[in-house]
Design a protein around this ligand. Structure first.
Ligand SMILES: Cc1cc2nc3c(=O)[nH]c(=O)nc-3n(C[C@H](O)[C@H](O)[C@H](O)COP(=O)(O)O)c2cc1C
Length: 218
């Protein structure tokens, strides 16, 4: 296949959309998240031990502008339900059928566990990424595998036209996030990936020039 025929061009597309602000209020459906995770798991791992595990959360698209939960907290003010669109599972979320009671609380708690709450609040979905400590064989190499998986998740999201942000700051609340997800000590939080439909191209941070990072050409 020629480069023209390929829909994915590494030299052009290797940088996934970073900060996805502003984003639209279009939801992300669970099938998209599963596909992103499937592609994430295509990452290499030492001994092919595939130590990654995931928890997904979709933001409800139901609450109209400025609506409140029973405690009076405003949630997802930027999200609205467009009835003409088929949102698949999300339309059932909007109808209150698909998610266990307390899912709003889960999202609200997650928001409180990072100073990047504004990113999670705006996100249409989050993928919480864990390292299964029982699958580990080498501390450094397993974390390297997780980094490869994370980058695959970002690229997969990019390939689906989504913006994704790798949130690491939330690691300071690793225990709380793990408990929020109802997982055992065996699961080590690695990152949260916040996803949304970008409204535009968004800004991208500068990179050091190759001349600066290429130390030697031996
Ligand atoms: C390990 C790691 C942790 C990160 N943590 C955060 C974070 O907590 N909040 C955030 O907004 N971005 C976070 N990022 C995204 C970086 O800030 C971002 O990749 C970098 O500034 C370059 O921007 P770009 O990816 O948009 O080009 C993280 C990235 C990595 C790899």
């Amino acid at each position: 296949m020629s480069q023209e025929e390929s829909s994915w061009n590494f030299s052009k597309d290797c940088r996934p959309a970073g900060a996805f602000e502003p984003i639209t209020d279009q939801p992300i459906i669970r099938e998209q998240l599963r596909e992103i995770i499937r592609l994430g798991t295509m990452a290499p791992s030492g001994r092919n031990n595939q130590p990654w595990r995931f928890v997904t959360i979709v933001a409800p698209c139901g609450p109209p502008q400025g609506s409140s939960d029973p405690q009076g907290n405003t949630i997802y003010p930027n999200r609205s339900l467009a009835p003409q669109q088929d949102f698949g599972e999300l339309s059932r979320v909007a109808a209150g059928n698909a998610l266990a009671p307390g899912f709003r609380t889960t999202l609200q708690k997650l928001v409180q566990l990072t100073r990047y709450s504004h990113i999670i609040e705006k996100a249409a979905a989050c993928i919480i990424v864990f390292l299964d400590k029982t699958a580990m064989y080498h501390e450094v190499k397993d974390h390297q595998s997780m980094g490869a998986c994370l980058q695959n998740l970002l690229l997969a999201a990019h390939g689906l036209g989504l913006g994704a942000v790798w949130l690491g700051e939330i690691l300071k609340s690793a225990k709380e996030v793990r408990e929020l997800c109802g997982l055992s000590n065996d699961m080590e939080l690695v990152a949260v990936v916040a996803l949304g439909h970008p409204a535009g191209k968004g800004g991208k941070a500068d990179r050091r020039p190759v001349e600066e990072v290429l130390l030697k050409e031996l």
